[in-house]
Write a protein that binds this ligand. Sequence first.
Ligand code: NAI
Ligand code: MG
Length: 500
Amino acid sequence: MTTTITELETRERLQPGLASSSMLWEYAPSLESTDHVRVAPRYELFIGGKFVEPHSGKYFETINPATEERLSEVAEADAEDVDRAVKEARRAYEKVWRKIAPSERAKYIFRIARLIQEKSRALAVVETMNGGKPIKESRDIDIPLAAAHFFYYAGWADKLEYAFPNRNVAPVGVAGQIIPWNFPLLMAAWKLAPALAAGNTIVLKPAETTPLTAMLLAEIIQEAELPPGVVNILTGAGGTGAALVAHPDVDKIAFTGSTDVGKRIQRAIAGTKKKLTLELGGKAPNIIFEDAPLDQAVEGIINGIYFNQGHVCCAGSRLFVQESVVEPIIRKLRERIGTLRVGNPLDKNTDVGAINSRAQLEKIRELVDSGVEEGAEMVQTQCTLPSRGFWFAPTFFTGVSQSSRIAQEEIFGPVLSVLTFRSPEEALEKANNTPYGLSAGVWTEKGSRILKMAAKLRAGVIWANTYNKFDPASPFGGYKESGFGREGGIHGLGPYVTLS
Ligand code: NAI
Ligand code: MG
C-alpha cells in the first residue's frame, strides 16, 4: 500500500482551519547569489603544478543536477595522463616533499586551509550547483569541515613522533586517491590532508559528476604555492580511476565509493606492494528504545536519512523501533517529513536538494519499486517537484521484512526502512544482520544500554542520541563490506606512514 502526505494534510494538522491559507508554510525564496562565482567554460588536468590538456584531447560535460544545465566541461584523463601525473608525484616526493622540514609542510597545509575559508562562499555555491545538495549544507557543513580537516592535519605534520611514540615514522610515497560525488570537497580534504601531513605526494581523482570543487581546489593549491607535483588532480570516470589503481609506481590507494568498485580495486592490486584503505557502502541501523526522548530521536532520524538526499554512506537508512513506541514514532515521522522542503538547492530554506545524477535517481526508483512489490507499505510526501532535474520525494517504508531488498541493499537516497524489535538482543541481532558495518545510532536515556549496544554493534562509528556528527579529530571507517582503514583523527595518519 502507498500513502502520500499532501501539503494540505500537513497544514491542516499543524494549524486546523488554515489548510487553504498560504501563510503557514510559504517562505519567500531566499536564493544564494551566484554572481560572485566564476565557473570557467573548461577545466584542464592539474599535473606538476600546471593546468594541462589531456593526452586524448577529450572533455566531458558537467551539469547542474537540479536543472540539467551545463556548467562546464572537464578533461578526461587516460592512462598516459595518469602516468604523467604519477611521474610528477614521484619526482616531487623524492626531490622535495619527503625532504623538507615537517614544519614547512605544515605551513603549506595551513595555507590551503585558510584559502578554503577565504573562498568558502564560492566553494559552497559551486558544490551545490554541481552536486545538488542544499546550500545550507554545503555552506555550514561541507566547506567548513573541509577547511577544518586541513587545519587539523597541518597540526600533526611536525608532531608525527608523538602520534607514533618510539617509532621511526616515514611517509609511504605516492598515493592514488579516488573519491565519490556525495561530499566532493570534503572527501578530497579527508584524503589529501593526512597524506600531505605525513609527507606523501598525491594523484587525486574526483568523481565524474562532481569535478568542479576539485578543480577550484587545484587553483587553491597553486595559489598556496605548494611545490609542483605534490598534489595532482585528474578528472575522468571509472577508467581513469582504474588506470590510477593499476599504475605500478603508486604506493598506496585510498578509495571511497561503492562496495562493488572497492572489491574490484582489492582484486586489481592483490599481490602488489600497494597499501589499501577502502571506505565503502553502508546500511546503518538507527535504534530507538522506548525510553528515548522521542521528538529528539525523530529529529535525529530525519537528519540521519534525508540529510544530503540520503547520499551518505553512513545514512541511518534502517530504523529499528521498540514495539511499544512504534505508533507515536510513525506518527511523528509522517508529520515531520511532511514539512521537509524539497527544491532548489540554492534556496537557503531547502532541506532536501536534487539527486546527484540520473543514474542514481534510477537506482533509487528501482529499489523503491522493489519495496512496494515485496509488500512493504510506502509513505511518501507529495511535494511539487521542479520539472527539470533529478528529484525524489522523501519516503519511508513500514512493514519491512528483514530479508527484503530495501532492508539489505544500500539505496543511497532519501528513503528509510522502518523495522521493529522487542528486546535489546533482538535489536542487536537485526541491526548486525547486513553485509555492511559502517555506522549506527542508539537512542535511549540509559547510559549503560548505550555502552552495551556500542560494544556489540558491528559498526565503525556509533552515535548515541545524535546522528551524522563529524569532527576531524574523530576517526571514521567500517567493518565487513563497508571497508577497512580509518580516516580522521590520529588513526587517519596510520595509512600514510611506514613505521620502523
Ligand atoms: P563508484 O564506486 O562507481 O564511484 C566512486 C568513484 O570511483 C568515482 O570517482 C568513480 O569514477 C571511481 N571508479 C568507478 N569505477 C572505478 C574503477 N573500476 N576503478 C577505480 N575507480 C573507479 O560509485 P557510483 O557508481 O557513483 O555509485 C554507485 C553506488 O555506490 C551508489 O548508489 C551508492 O550506493 C554507492 N556509493 C557509496 C559511496 C560512499 O560514500 N561510500 C559514495 C558513492 C557511491
Ligand atoms: Mg559506478
